[in-house]
Ligand binder design. Structure first.
Ligand code: H76
Length: 472
Protein backbone atom coordinates (compact mmCIF):
# COMPACT_ATOMS: atom_id res chain seq x y z
CA UNK A 1 0.00 0.00 0.00
CA UNK A 2 2.90 2.29 0.64
CA UNK A 3 4.14 3.46 -2.70
CA UNK A 4 7.50 5.12 -2.39
CA UNK A 5 7.74 5.27 -6.13
CA UNK A 6 5.01 7.77 -5.54
CA UNK A 7 7.53 10.53 -5.25
CA UNK A 8 7.75 10.42 -9.00
CA UNK A 9 4.33 12.02 -8.88
CA UNK A 10 6.12 15.24 -8.12
CA UNK A 11 7.79 15.40 -11.51
CA UNK A 12 4.56 14.84 -13.36
CA UNK A 13 4.18 18.53 -14.13
CA UNK A 14 6.46 18.08 -17.14
CA UNK A 15 4.63 19.88 -19.83
CA UNK A 16 4.65 18.98 -23.48
CA UNK A 17 3.79 21.59 -26.06
CA UNK A 18 0.10 21.56 -26.99
CA UNK A 19 -0.56 19.90 -30.35
CA UNK A 20 -2.07 21.90 -33.21
CA UNK A 21 -5.86 21.81 -32.69
CA UNK A 22 -6.51 19.50 -35.64
CA UNK A 23 -4.08 16.92 -34.29
CA UNK A 24 -5.55 16.80 -30.80
CA UNK A 25 -6.66 13.50 -29.38
CA UNK A 26 -10.30 13.21 -28.32
CA UNK A 27 -10.38 12.88 -24.55
CA UNK A 28 -13.32 12.21 -22.25
CA UNK A 29 -11.41 13.10 -19.09
CA UNK A 30 -8.91 15.72 -20.24
CA UNK A 31 -8.85 19.48 -19.61
CA UNK A 32 -12.32 21.01 -19.67
CA UNK A 33 -11.03 24.52 -20.26
CA UNK A 34 -8.16 26.24 -22.08
CA UNK A 35 -6.33 29.09 -20.38
CA UNK A 36 -6.80 30.60 -16.93
CA UNK A 37 -10.15 30.73 -15.16
CA UNK A 38 -11.18 34.39 -14.86
CA UNK A 39 -14.16 34.20 -12.47
CA UNK A 40 -14.22 36.01 -9.13
CA UNK A 41 -13.36 32.92 -7.03
CA UNK A 42 -10.30 32.16 -9.13
CA UNK A 43 -9.21 35.81 -9.03
CA UNK A 44 -9.48 35.70 -5.27
CA UNK A 45 -7.40 32.52 -5.11
CA UNK A 46 -4.77 34.19 -7.30
CA UNK A 47 -4.78 37.61 -5.60
CA UNK A 48 -4.33 36.01 -2.18
CA UNK A 49 -0.86 34.91 -3.31
CA UNK A 50 0.52 34.07 0.16
CA UNK A 51 -0.81 31.08 2.05
CA UNK A 52 0.19 28.75 4.87
CA UNK A 53 0.14 24.97 4.73
CA UNK A 54 -0.60 23.06 7.93
CA UNK A 55 0.37 19.39 8.27
CA UNK A 56 -1.14 17.98 11.42
CA UNK A 57 -1.93 14.38 12.14
CA UNK A 58 -0.97 11.39 14.31
CA UNK A 59 2.60 11.57 12.94
CA UNK A 60 3.14 14.68 15.10
CA UNK A 61 3.11 12.43 18.20
CA UNK A 62 6.16 10.26 17.40
CA UNK A 63 7.74 13.27 15.61
CA UNK A 64 10.03 11.13 13.45
CA UNK A 65 11.02 8.62 16.17
CA UNK A 66 9.85 5.00 16.37
CA UNK A 67 11.01 2.47 18.95
CA UNK A 68 13.95 4.62 19.92
CA UNK A 69 15.16 5.22 16.40
CA UNK A 70 15.01 8.67 14.79
CA UNK A 71 14.27 8.52 11.07
CA UNK A 72 15.62 11.46 9.09
CA UNK A 73 12.93 11.25 6.37
CA UNK A 74 9.73 13.29 6.33
CA UNK A 75 7.98 12.82 9.70
CA UNK A 76 4.53 12.34 8.14
CA UNK A 77 5.94 9.30 6.31
CA UNK A 78 7.28 7.64 9.49
CA UNK A 79 4.72 4.85 9.25
CA UNK A 80 6.36 3.89 5.96
CA UNK A 81 10.00 4.42 7.03
CA UNK A 82 9.58 2.27 10.15
CA UNK A 83 7.22 -0.15 8.42
CA UNK A 84 4.55 0.18 11.11
CA UNK A 85 1.36 -1.83 10.54
CA UNK A 86 -1.83 0.22 10.44
CA UNK A 87 -3.32 -1.30 13.57
CA UNK A 88 -0.29 -0.31 15.56
CA UNK A 89 0.00 3.14 14.01
CA UNK A 90 -3.66 3.95 14.72
CA UNK A 91 -3.05 3.26 18.43
CA UNK A 92 -1.50 6.73 18.39
CA UNK A 93 -5.11 7.92 18.40
CA UNK A 94 -5.24 7.05 22.14
CA UNK A 95 -2.59 9.73 22.62
CA UNK A 96 -4.21 12.45 20.49
CA UNK A 97 -4.97 15.06 23.13
CA UNK A 98 -3.55 18.45 22.11
CA UNK A 99 -4.11 20.38 25.33
CA UNK A 100 -2.59 23.60 24.02
CA UNK A 101 -4.65 23.65 20.84
CA UNK A 102 -6.44 26.97 20.44
CA UNK A 103 -7.82 27.58 16.95
CA UNK A 104 -8.14 31.30 17.57
CA UNK A 105 -4.45 31.52 18.41
CA UNK A 106 -3.60 29.72 15.19
CA UNK A 107 -5.77 32.14 13.25
CA UNK A 108 -4.22 35.20 14.89
CA UNK A 109 -0.76 33.85 14.10
CA UNK A 110 -1.76 33.40 10.44
CA UNK A 111 -3.18 36.92 10.30
CA UNK A 112 -0.02 38.33 11.85
CA UNK A 113 2.05 36.54 9.22
CA UNK A 114 -0.04 38.11 6.49
CA UNK A 115 -1.27 34.88 4.89
CA UNK A 116 -4.59 35.18 3.08
CA UNK A 117 -5.39 31.48 3.13
CA UNK A 118 -4.48 28.30 5.01
CA UNK A 119 -4.36 24.81 3.55
CA UNK A 120 -5.16 22.21 6.23
CA UNK A 121 -4.48 18.48 6.01
CA UNK A 122 -7.96 17.06 6.54
CA UNK A 123 -6.50 13.57 6.07
CA UNK A 124 -2.91 12.67 5.21
CA UNK A 125 -1.68 9.32 3.87
CA UNK A 126 -1.97 7.72 7.33
CA UNK A 127 -5.78 7.95 7.07
CA UNK A 128 -6.46 9.83 10.31
CA UNK A 129 -9.20 12.44 9.83
CA UNK A 130 -9.16 15.84 11.57
CA UNK A 131 -12.96 15.90 11.31
CA UNK A 132 -15.49 13.39 12.74
CA UNK A 133 -16.16 11.58 9.48
CA UNK A 134 -19.04 9.15 9.70
CA UNK A 135 -17.42 6.85 7.12
CA UNK A 136 -14.51 5.66 9.27
CA UNK A 137 -13.51 5.30 12.90
CA UNK A 138 -10.05 6.75 12.25
CA UNK A 139 -11.02 10.26 13.27
CA UNK A 140 -10.62 12.85 16.01
CA UNK A 141 -13.96 11.76 17.40
CA UNK A 142 -12.46 8.51 18.70
CA UNK A 143 -9.52 10.14 20.47
CA UNK A 144 -9.36 11.47 24.04
CA UNK A 145 -9.66 14.98 22.59
CA UNK A 146 -12.91 14.10 20.75
CA UNK A 147 -13.54 17.57 19.30
CA UNK A 148 -13.79 18.52 15.63
CA UNK A 149 -10.40 20.14 15.04
CA UNK A 150 -11.15 20.97 11.43
CA UNK A 151 -14.44 22.67 12.29
CA UNK A 152 -12.76 24.83 14.93
CA UNK A 153 -10.04 25.84 12.49
CA UNK A 154 -12.40 26.67 9.64
CA UNK A 155 -14.39 28.94 11.94
CA UNK A 156 -11.36 30.61 13.52
CA UNK A 157 -9.60 31.32 10.21
CA UNK A 158 -12.79 32.55 8.56
CA UNK A 159 -13.42 34.83 11.54
CA UNK A 160 -10.04 36.43 10.80
CA UNK A 161 -10.96 36.84 7.13
CA UNK A 162 -8.63 34.03 6.08
CA UNK A 163 -9.72 31.55 3.39
CA UNK A 164 -9.51 27.85 4.17
CA UNK A 165 -8.31 25.26 1.67
CA UNK A 166 -8.49 21.52 2.25
CA UNK A 167 -5.56 19.19 1.65
CA UNK A 168 -6.86 15.67 1.05
CA UNK A 169 -4.80 12.54 0.42
CA UNK A 170 -6.62 10.06 -1.78
CA UNK A 171 -4.08 7.36 -0.91
CA UNK A 172 -5.16 6.04 2.50
CA UNK A 173 -2.78 3.66 4.29
CA UNK A 174 -5.41 2.66 6.84
CA UNK A 175 -8.36 1.77 4.65
CA UNK A 176 -8.64 -1.96 3.94
CA UNK A 177 -10.01 -1.32 0.45
CA UNK A 178 -7.21 0.92 -0.74
CA UNK A 179 -5.08 -0.58 -3.52
CA UNK A 180 -2.00 0.96 -5.12
CA UNK A 181 -2.40 -1.33 -8.11
CA UNK A 182 -5.19 -3.55 -9.30
CA UNK A 183 -4.16 -7.13 -10.06
CA UNK A 184 -7.27 -9.20 -9.41
CA UNK A 185 -11.02 -8.91 -9.67
CA UNK A 186 -11.05 -8.75 -5.88
CA UNK A 187 -8.74 -5.70 -6.01
CA UNK A 188 -11.02 -4.08 -8.53
CA UNK A 189 -14.06 -4.55 -6.32
CA UNK A 190 -12.25 -3.29 -3.25
CA UNK A 191 -10.93 -0.26 -5.06
CA UNK A 192 -14.37 0.67 -6.41
CA UNK A 193 -15.65 0.51 -2.82
CA UNK A 194 -12.72 2.71 -1.82
CA UNK A 195 -13.58 5.33 -4.46
CA UNK A 196 -17.14 5.40 -3.19
CA UNK A 197 -15.84 5.86 0.37
CA UNK A 198 -13.67 8.73 -0.86
CA UNK A 199 -16.60 10.36 -2.68
CA UNK A 200 -18.57 10.15 0.55
CA UNK A 201 -15.80 11.76 2.56
CA UNK A 202 -15.46 14.57 0.04
CA UNK A 203 -19.19 15.22 -0.05
CA UNK A 204 -19.15 15.20 3.73
CA UNK A 205 -16.36 17.80 3.83
CA UNK A 206 -18.15 20.00 1.29
CA UNK A 207 -21.43 19.93 3.19
CA UNK A 208 -20.03 20.23 6.72
CA UNK A 209 -17.66 23.09 5.80
CA UNK A 210 -19.28 24.98 2.93
CA UNK A 211 -16.93 27.98 3.22
CA UNK A 212 -14.01 25.87 2.00
CA UNK A 213 -12.50 27.55 -1.06
CA UNK A 214 -10.17 24.92 -2.47
CA UNK A 215 -9.34 21.21 -2.48
CA UNK A 216 -5.66 20.30 -2.83
CA UNK A 217 -5.36 16.62 -3.61
CA UNK A 218 -2.30 14.53 -2.89
CA UNK A 219 -1.47 10.83 -2.95
CA UNK A 220 -2.87 10.46 -6.46
CA UNK A 221 0.15 8.92 -8.16
CA UNK A 222 -0.57 5.21 -7.75
CA UNK A 223 -1.39 3.10 -10.83
CA UNK A 224 -4.86 2.33 -9.43
CA UNK A 225 -5.79 6.02 -9.57
CA UNK A 226 -4.03 6.78 -12.86
CA UNK A 227 -5.96 3.94 -14.49
CA UNK A 228 -9.20 5.52 -13.31
CA UNK A 229 -8.79 9.02 -14.74
CA UNK A 230 -12.60 9.13 -15.11
CA UNK A 231 -12.88 9.21 -11.34
CA UNK A 232 -10.58 12.24 -10.98
CA UNK A 233 -12.71 14.13 -13.55
CA UNK A 234 -15.83 13.06 -11.68
CA UNK A 235 -14.46 14.36 -8.35
CA UNK A 236 -13.63 17.73 -9.86
CA UNK A 237 -17.13 18.02 -11.31
CA UNK A 238 -18.82 16.80 -8.15
CA UNK A 239 -17.03 19.34 -5.95
CA UNK A 240 -17.76 22.17 -8.37
CA UNK A 241 -21.44 21.31 -8.38
CA UNK A 242 -21.55 21.19 -4.59
CA UNK A 243 -19.46 24.32 -4.08
CA UNK A 244 -19.73 26.84 -6.90
CA UNK A 245 -16.41 28.63 -7.44
CA UNK A 246 -14.32 26.03 -5.60
CA UNK A 247 -10.82 25.50 -7.02
CA UNK A 248 -9.09 22.14 -7.47
CA UNK A 249 -5.38 21.47 -8.02
CA UNK A 250 -3.91 19.71 -11.05
CA UNK A 251 -2.49 16.93 -8.90
CA UNK A 252 -5.94 15.40 -8.56
CA UNK A 253 -6.24 14.80 -12.26
CA UNK A 254 -5.41 12.04 -14.68
CA UNK A 255 -6.83 11.79 -18.18
CA UNK A 256 -8.08 8.83 -20.26
CA UNK A 257 -4.49 7.60 -20.69
CA UNK A 258 -3.37 8.14 -17.10
CA UNK A 259 -1.48 11.31 -18.01
CA UNK A 260 -1.35 13.56 -14.94
CA UNK A 261 -1.54 17.36 -14.39
CA UNK A 262 -1.43 18.10 -18.14
CA UNK A 263 -3.59 15.97 -20.38
CA UNK A 264 -2.41 14.04 -23.44
CA UNK A 265 -2.91 17.21 -25.53
CA UNK A 266 -0.69 19.24 -23.18
CA UNK A 267 -3.53 21.19 -21.53
CA UNK A 268 -3.61 21.81 -17.79
CA UNK A 269 -6.29 19.85 -15.90
CA UNK A 270 -7.85 21.27 -12.76
CA UNK A 271 -7.63 24.99 -12.06
CA UNK A 272 -3.97 25.47 -11.20
CA UNK A 273 -0.72 23.59 -11.52
CA UNK A 274 0.52 22.13 -8.23
CA UNK A 275 3.81 20.37 -8.98
CA UNK A 276 6.24 22.95 -7.58
CA UNK A 277 6.78 21.27 -4.25
CA UNK A 278 9.99 22.35 -2.49
CA UNK A 279 11.28 23.91 -5.72
CA UNK A 280 10.43 26.80 -8.04
CA UNK A 281 10.51 27.42 -11.78
CA UNK A 282 13.68 29.01 -13.15
CA UNK A 283 12.95 32.76 -13.46
CA UNK A 284 14.50 32.96 -16.92
CA UNK A 285 14.03 29.56 -18.52
CA UNK A 286 10.61 28.53 -17.26
CA UNK A 287 8.45 31.50 -18.28
CA UNK A 288 5.90 29.08 -19.72
CA UNK A 289 4.41 28.85 -16.19
CA UNK A 290 3.03 32.37 -16.61
CA UNK A 291 0.47 30.95 -19.04
CA UNK A 292 -1.45 29.12 -16.31
CA UNK A 293 -2.23 29.56 -12.61
CA UNK A 294 0.03 27.69 -10.23
CA UNK A 295 0.82 27.35 -6.56
CA UNK A 296 4.10 26.23 -5.01
CA UNK A 297 4.56 24.93 -1.49
CA UNK A 298 7.66 24.88 0.66
CA UNK A 299 9.06 23.44 3.88
CA UNK A 300 11.48 25.19 6.24
CA UNK A 301 13.83 22.23 6.66
CA UNK A 302 14.77 20.38 3.50
CA UNK A 303 11.77 18.05 3.61
CA UNK A 304 9.66 18.01 6.78
CA UNK A 305 5.94 18.71 6.56
CA UNK A 306 4.63 17.09 9.72
CA UNK A 307 6.26 17.82 13.10
CA UNK A 308 9.73 16.26 13.42
CA UNK A 309 11.45 16.59 16.79
CA UNK A 310 14.95 16.97 15.35
CA UNK A 311 15.43 19.91 13.04
CA UNK A 312 19.21 19.67 13.27
CA UNK A 313 19.11 17.00 10.58
CA UNK A 314 19.00 19.45 7.69
CA UNK A 315 19.47 23.11 6.89
CA UNK A 316 16.51 25.27 8.00
CA UNK A 317 15.62 28.28 5.84
CA UNK A 318 15.73 31.71 7.42
CA UNK A 319 12.95 34.32 7.03
CA UNK A 320 14.71 36.19 4.21
CA UNK A 321 14.94 32.94 2.25
CA UNK A 322 11.24 32.34 2.84
CA UNK A 323 10.43 35.88 1.67
CA UNK A 324 12.59 35.41 -1.41
CA UNK A 325 10.70 32.23 -2.35
CA UNK A 326 7.35 33.97 -1.90
CA UNK A 327 8.43 36.84 -4.14
CA UNK A 328 10.03 34.48 -6.66
CA UNK A 329 6.71 32.64 -7.03
CA UNK A 330 4.66 35.85 -7.39
CA UNK A 331 7.15 37.26 -9.91
CA UNK A 332 6.29 34.32 -12.16
CA UNK A 333 2.55 34.47 -11.62
CA UNK A 334 2.31 31.86 -8.86
CA UNK A 335 1.17 31.51 -5.24
CA UNK A 336 3.26 30.26 -2.33
CA UNK A 337 2.08 28.16 0.61
CA UNK A 338 4.60 28.07 3.48
CA UNK A 339 4.34 24.94 5.60
CA UNK A 340 3.85 24.54 9.36
CA UNK A 341 3.96 21.24 11.26
CA UNK A 342 2.34 21.89 14.64
CA UNK A 343 3.50 19.98 17.73
CA UNK A 344 1.41 17.17 19.22
CA UNK A 345 0.37 19.50 22.07
CA UNK A 346 -1.26 21.90 19.61
CA UNK A 347 1.35 24.64 19.88
CA UNK A 348 3.86 25.65 17.20
CA UNK A 349 7.59 25.13 17.53
CA UNK A 350 9.66 28.22 18.25
CA UNK A 351 11.33 28.28 14.81
CA UNK A 352 7.97 28.43 13.08
CA UNK A 353 6.67 31.15 15.38
CA UNK A 354 9.75 33.29 14.75
CA UNK A 355 9.54 32.74 11.01
CA UNK A 356 5.84 33.66 10.91
CA UNK A 357 6.54 36.79 12.90
CA UNK A 358 9.45 37.91 10.72
CA UNK A 359 7.60 37.25 7.47
CA UNK A 360 4.57 39.10 8.85
CA UNK A 361 6.65 42.11 9.79
CA UNK A 362 8.05 42.28 6.28
CA UNK A 363 4.67 41.74 4.65
CA UNK A 364 3.16 44.60 6.65
CA UNK A 365 5.74 46.95 5.24
CA UNK A 366 6.15 45.59 1.73
CA UNK A 367 3.19 43.29 1.10
CA UNK A 368 1.84 45.45 -1.72
CA UNK A 369 4.43 43.80 -4.00
CA UNK A 370 2.85 40.40 -3.23
CA UNK A 371 -0.93 40.64 -2.80
CA UNK A 372 -2.78 40.94 -6.09
CA UNK A 373 0.50 41.00 -8.00
CA UNK A 374 1.57 39.11 -11.08
CA UNK A 375 4.32 38.49 -13.60
CA UNK A 376 5.60 41.84 -14.92
CA UNK A 377 7.03 40.74 -18.26
CA UNK A 378 10.32 42.62 -17.73
CA UNK A 379 13.84 41.22 -18.16
CA UNK A 380 15.12 39.61 -14.96
CA UNK A 381 17.95 41.41 -13.19
CA UNK A 382 20.43 39.99 -10.71
CA UNK A 383 19.36 42.33 -7.88
CA UNK A 384 16.04 40.52 -7.46
CA UNK A 385 12.54 40.20 -8.93
CA UNK A 386 9.82 42.28 -10.55
CA UNK A 387 6.15 41.97 -9.73
CA UNK A 388 3.34 44.17 -11.00
CA UNK A 389 -0.14 45.27 -10.17
CA UNK A 390 -1.90 47.30 -12.84
CA UNK A 391 0.29 50.30 -13.53
CA UNK A 392 2.68 49.74 -10.65
CA UNK A 393 5.80 47.72 -11.31
CA UNK A 394 7.66 46.66 -8.18
CA UNK A 395 11.36 45.98 -7.87
CA UNK A 396 11.98 43.60 -4.99
CA UNK A 397 15.66 43.94 -4.16
CA UNK A 398 17.43 41.03 -2.46
CA UNK A 399 21.00 41.56 -3.72
CA UNK A 400 21.91 45.23 -4.09
CA UNK A 401 24.87 45.49 -6.46
CA UNK A 402 28.25 46.81 -5.32
CA UNK A 403 27.82 49.83 -7.60
CA UNK A 404 24.64 50.89 -5.87
CA UNK A 405 22.93 51.19 -9.23
CA UNK A 406 19.94 48.99 -9.86
CA UNK A 407 19.73 48.38 -13.59
CA UNK A 408 16.27 48.26 -15.14
CA UNK A 409 15.65 47.31 -18.75
CA UNK A 410 12.19 48.37 -19.82
CA UNK A 411 10.20 46.91 -22.69
CA UNK A 412 9.93 49.03 -25.84
CA UNK A 413 7.59 51.97 -25.36
CA UNK A 414 7.78 52.15 -21.58
CA UNK A 415 9.18 55.14 -19.70
CA UNK A 416 10.06 55.30 -16.00
CA UNK A 417 9.08 58.61 -14.48
CA UNK A 418 9.75 57.95 -10.84
CA UNK A 419 10.84 55.42 -8.22
CA UNK A 420 9.60 55.35 -4.62
CA UNK A 421 10.66 53.20 -1.68
CA UNK A 422 7.63 51.27 -0.49
CA UNK A 423 6.93 51.80 3.20
CA UNK A 424 9.15 54.88 3.50
CA UNK A 425 8.04 57.07 0.65
CA UNK A 426 11.64 58.05 -0.15
CA UNK A 427 12.13 59.07 -3.77
CA UNK A 428 15.00 57.30 -5.49
CA UNK A 429 17.10 58.79 -8.27
CA UNK A 430 16.25 57.54 -11.76
CA UNK A 431 18.75 58.01 -14.60
CA UNK A 432 18.23 57.01 -18.21
CA UNK A 433 21.45 55.23 -19.18
CA UNK A 434 20.69 53.85 -22.63
CA UNK A 435 17.76 53.14 -24.91
CA UNK A 436 15.17 51.32 -22.76
CA UNK A 437 17.59 51.20 -19.84
CA UNK A 438 17.63 53.03 -16.52
CA UNK A 439 19.57 53.10 -13.29
CA UNK A 440 17.61 53.35 -10.08
CA UNK A 441 19.71 54.57 -7.16
CA UNK A 442 19.85 52.89 -3.75
CA UNK A 443 18.08 54.47 -0.76
CA UNK A 444 20.30 56.79 1.29
CA UNK A 445 20.44 54.50 4.29
CA UNK A 446 20.79 50.74 4.03
CA UNK A 447 17.36 49.18 4.68
CA UNK A 448 19.12 46.12 6.13
CA UNK A 449 16.48 43.84 4.65
CA UNK A 450 15.05 43.04 1.23
CA UNK A 451 13.25 46.19 0.12
CA UNK A 452 10.73 47.22 -2.50
CA UNK A 453 10.76 50.05 -5.02
CA UNK A 454 7.57 51.07 -6.75
CA UNK A 455 8.21 52.34 -10.25
CA UNK A 456 6.01 54.95 -11.84
CA UNK A 457 5.64 53.93 -15.40
CA UNK A 458 4.31 55.67 -18.49
CA UNK A 459 3.56 54.34 -21.90
CA UNK A 460 4.84 56.27 -24.88
CA UNK A 461 2.95 56.31 -28.16
CA UNK A 462 5.13 53.59 -29.66
CA UNK A 463 4.18 51.10 -26.95
CA UNK A 464 3.25 47.73 -28.36
CA UNK A 465 0.02 46.05 -27.33
CA UNK A 466 1.99 43.27 -25.76
CA UNK A 467 3.33 45.54 -23.08
CA UNK A 468 0.14 47.51 -22.82
CA UNK A 469 -1.33 44.17 -21.74
CA UNK A 470 1.45 43.79 -19.23
CA UNK A 471 0.50 47.04 -17.58
CA UNK A 472 -3.25 46.76 -17.30
C1 H76 B 1 5.23 13.01 -1.03
C2 H76 B 1 4.49 13.73 -0.40
C3 H76 B 1 3.57 14.55 0.36
N1 H76 B 1 3.23 15.80 -0.36
C4 H76 B 1 3.58 16.91 0.47
C5 H76 B 1 2.70 18.13 0.23
C6 H76 B 1 3.52 16.35 1.85
O1 H76 B 1 2.18 16.15 2.25
C7 H76 B 1 4.23 15.05 1.63
O2 H76 B 1 4.06 14.15 2.69
Amino acid sequence: MVCLGGFSGLSAQTHSKPLPAEQEIQLSYGADRLGKRQDAAMKRFRDNRLGAFVHWGLYAIPGGEWNGKVYPGAAEWLKAWADVPSGEWLKLMDRWNPQKFDARKWARMAREMGVKYVKITTKHHEGFCLWPSKYTKNTVEYTPYKKDILGELVKAYNDEGIDVHFYFSVMDWSHPDYRSSIKTEEDEKAFMRFLEFTDNQLKELASRYPTVKDFWFDGTWDASIKENGWWTAHVEKMLKELLPGVTVNSRLRADDFGKRHFDSNGHLMGDYESGYERRLPDPVKDLKVTRWDWEACMTLPENQWGYHKDWSLSYVKNPVEVIERIVHAVSMGGNMAVNFGPQPDGDFRREEKLMAEAVGKWMKKYGECVYGCDYAGWKKQSWGYYTRKGRSVYMVVFNPPYSGNLTVNVPQGIKITGAVMTGKGENLKVTETARNEYNVGMPVSDPGEPFVVRLQVEETSGSSDKYRDALT
